[in-house]
Design a protein around this ligand. Structure first.
Ligand SMILES: [Zn+2]
Length: 111
């Protein structure tokens, strides 16, 4: 089954606009492999795609879902930071992350 990305984006954009929130789409190319979103490692000898959906980084010793790694890299790219702080949420709803703009860059604020 194919996930209807364009339809979801259109519906999300419409619903956000009702609350005066603008949806900004990010280019996802090259985000799921080639870089660890947790430590920023780009050494291809230390990064492995164990299975299609599993990403492993020998540099920091983590194994995570490749899509989660890609999402983390997209967030890093959007925030223009090399490494996400350890307080970043990794899909656990009990660990929300708040980001604050300091007129220069985005900074994580402990909750
Ligand atoms: Zn890593």
């Amino acid at each position: 089954m194919m996930f209807p990305v364009k339809k979801v984006v259109a519906q999300l954009s419409y619903k956000l606009a009702r609350h005066c929130i603008r949806l900004i789409e990010q280019d996802e190319r090259g985000t799921s492999k080639g870089r660890c979103s947790l430590c920023g490692c780009v050494d291809k000898k230390k990064l492995h795609r164990v299975h299609r959906g599993l990403f492993k980084c020998e540099n920091c010793g983590t194994t995570q879902n490749a899509d989660v790694n890609g999402a983390g890299n997209q967030l890093s790219r959007y925030l223009r930071v090399d490494e996400l702080p350890s307080i970043s949420s990794r899909g656990c709803l009990a660990q929300p992350t708040m980001w604050q703009w300091n007129n220069h860059l985005w900074e994580a604020v402990p909750c």
